[in-house]
Design a protein around this ligand. Structure first.
Ligand SMILES: Cc1cc2nc3c(=O)[nH]c(=O)nc-3n(C[C@H](O)[C@H](O)[C@H](O)COP(=O)(O)OP(=O)(O)OC[C@H]3O[C@@H](n4cnc5c(N)ncnc54)[C@H](O)[C@@H]3O)c2cc1C
Ligand code: SF4
Length: 283
């Protein structure tokens, strides 16, 4: 395998495709390569091609989760989402760009089963073990998106600048369809360069997980109050980070038998998150 070290985004995008894959911190990509879930003969290292660092509301895609969690300029919901993700070692390597593009943790997919998302005929999770799976958008694939960071950025109304376009972070994702089973809208030769995260009035991120540390979200809830109202983003509940219009929209969940408990957890976390960001009463 060849390692390329392009010195600009243009050079990096020109190298992508035809078996060449972008590499940032490698915390997600390297295990997928090792397990044969992604094949590549060239890795395009993004360290010198993608911005890193925080400047006001702008965040370089190469900024690590550890850098985000420690910076007081970053809204609380995003800092909390980062600090509750993974482990300190992974957060010091893992970038925000890579976090947004991580693949599902569905064990059937990770173990290489020929399931629907891998191009097969059926979703094995629906008839098999699925306690960590989705309660929304789960008609064809019941996987649950694992990004705490994605849910926080969704609620914060972040926009993404790529090498091709500028878009709301929610538009980076799509529910997979029979014609196109990918869960992102990013082209194979497109890179995330920067994020713009508007400063909120108040924000929070709450996470239910199997362990107090180093566990993916069973349910993650970001709530943000801004001039345009309250926005809620959920992690761990759908194949993509999930926007929730209001607490009542949880009534529209379509849980599997083994994920009904997630609806109740989401109700409790949404209620608490909304209380935390509520406008203080006048004294
Ligand atoms: C054990 C473990 C536990 C974890 N727990 C959590 C958790 O609780 N919550 C959570 O949110 N996350 C969790 N993560 C995910 C972790 O945060 C991500 O693995 C990490 O942020 C990915 O960033 P990276 O720079 O290492 O990406 P890489 O592994 O380098 O890349 C990941 C993917 O993104 C692509 N990519 C990377 N950067 C760009 C870019 N700028 N433009 C276009 N494509 C790009 C790569 O091609 C690849 O497909 C966990 C990971 C592990 C391994
Ligand atoms: S939930 Fe999605 S990834 Fe998991 S088995 Fe079903 S189709 Fe495959």
């Amino acid at each position: 395998m060849e390692l390329l070290r392009p010195s600009s985004a243009d050079e990096a995008t020109a190298a992508l495709g035809n078996g060449a894959v972008a590499l940032a911190g490698g915390t997600e990509l390297v295990p997928l390569l090792r397990d044969g879930l992604i094949r590549a003969d060239k890795l395009v290292h993004l360290a010198a091609a993608v911005p890193r660092g925080i400047d006001g509301t702008t965040i370089g895609a190469g900024t690590t989760l550890a850098e985000l969690e420690a910076d007081p300029q970053i809204p609380q919901a995003l800092r909390e989402a980062c600090s509750l993700a993974a482990s300190p070692q992974l957060r010091s390597m893992g970038t925000v760009g890579g976090n947004l593009l991580q693949a599902t943790r569905c064990w059937y997919w990770r173990l290489g089963f020929d399931c629907w998302l891998h191009g097969g005929e059926q979703c094995f999770a629906k008839s098999g073990a699925h306690r960590e799976h989705a309660i929304f958008g789960n008609e064809l694939c019941a996987s649950a998106h694992p990004s705490d960071v994605g849910a926080a950025l969704l609620a914060l109304g972040a926009t993404v600048r790529t090498t091709k376009r500028e878009l709301p972070v929610g538009d980076l994702y799509r529910l997979p369809t029979p014609d196109d089973r990918s869960t992102t809208t990013l082209a194979t030769d497109e890179l995330i360069l920067e994020l713009d995260v508007p400063a909120p009035g108040a924000s929070t991120y709450l996470k239910a997980m199997d362990r107090r540390k180093w566990a993916f979200p069973i349910v993650g809830v970001a709530a943000v109050r801004s001039n345009s109202g309250i926005r809620i983003g959920l992690a761990g509940v759908a194949p993509i980070p999930w926007p929730l219009d209001a607490a009542a929209a949880l009534d529209d969940a379509t849980p599997l038998p083994g994920t009904a408990y997630k609806v109740e957890i989401a109700r409790a976390l949404v209620r608490r998150a909304l209380e935390e960001v509520a406008e203080p009463l006048p004294t």
